[in-house]
Design a protein. Structure first.
Length: 317
């Protein structure tokens, strides 16, 4: 893995680039947890299969480069051979601007970049593969992404504030309160979120709570919401200033990658005995009614109980 820091102009939107090269002599299968972020893989070499157990039509087969929209359920990846590429984790409103299409078109879907409008990501993938090395690749990403953001219209400031408000609260504030703060009906708020974030605000709040609980797998005291958004906690928008769009924080804390360019959701972790976690305390801290409520969300969003995920991480070499 090679980490790259984006140009200062991009840091409100993209926290880092993750370059990777991975060899799998036998088929490598990973379970990928759900999250309110968009994954962009620009790769070359061994292709991946991305599958959603709920629907075969939502996945992508034999792709080296793809975009995965916001998911409200876990999926799996499978690869064999040597793969190389760059991974970016993007907040939904940043992805909305870069991709130039409503995220409702990518909800619970993985799409090869060649199928996206304009094919600019496909051309970028080729240029990245031909670049001399990682510094040149990261510099190319700086130029292309900065140009895309400069030419795209800004997101509605009220929607941006609503997103930051939810993230800052860790998904623990009521959606009705958010609608009242904005002066929108709940129906209008849900419609705007489905269009531009890909999921309704109640689901976003659930995933934000889950992401904080998931962070306990790597760091018991970790939180996501308070650090995930620059400027979070500010009052309702007044049109002044520039938003951070919530980019800049990996959804799982501790710098965890989503689709194979780093730690797998159920894959490698530091070896050693299983670490004890007080899941009832984690549930209370993250806004769950009780521990069973937390476990139900882990089943839906990660495909296993938190104890099983922790045991898998602790026992893997």
């Amino acid at each position: 893995m090679v980490l790259g820091l984006p140009d200062v102009r991009l840091r409100p939107f993209v926290d880092r680039y993750v370059g990777y090269r991975e060899r799998a002599d036998v088929p490598l299968v990973r379970r990928e947890s759900a999250g309110v972020f968009v994954v962009l893989i620009l790769g070359w070499g061994a292709p991946l299969d991305v599958t959603d157990p709920r629907s075969a039509e939502r996945g992508a087969r034999k792709v080296d480069s793809f975009v995965a929209g916001t998911f409200d359920g876990w999926c799996a990846t499978r690869t064999v051979g040597v793969g190389e590429g760059v991974e970016l984790l993007l907040a939904p409103l940043t992805a909305r601007r870069l991709l130039g299409l409503p995220l409702s078109e990518l909800t619970n879907r993985a799409v090869g970049v060649g199928q996206l409008p304009g094919r600019w990501l496909d051309r970028l993938r080729c240029r990245l593969a031909e670049a001399a090395g990682w510094p040149e690749r990261f510099a190319l990403l700086d130029r292309v992404l900065a140009g895309r953001l400069a030419s795209s219209p800004p997101v509605d400031a009220r929607l941006d504030w609503a997103w930051r408000w939810l993230v800052a609260s860790g998904g623990q504030e009521g959606v009705g309160v958010l609608a009242d703060e904005l002066g929108w009906s709940r129906r209008h708020l849900a419609s705007r979120f489905r269009q531009d974030v890909g999921l309704p605000p109640k689901t976003v709040a659930r995933l934000l709570r889950f992401q904080q609980a998931y962070a306990a797998l790597t760091e018991p005291g970790a939180t996501v919401g308070a650090n995930a958004v620059a400027g979070a906690g500010a009052g309702p928008p007044n049109g002044a200033g520039q938003s951070a769009y919530g980019a800049g924080q990996s959804a799982y804390g501790a710098g965890e990658s989503a689709y194979g360019a780093g730690q797998s959701a159920v894959g490698a972790g530091p070896p050693g005995a299983t670490r004890a976690v007080d899941w009832a305390a984690v549930a209370a801290r993250c806004g769950y009614y009780d521990q069973s409520h937390l476990i139900r969300d882990f089943h839906q969003f990660a495909g296993a109980t938190p104890a099983a995920l922790l045991a898998a991480r602790s026992s893997a070499g």
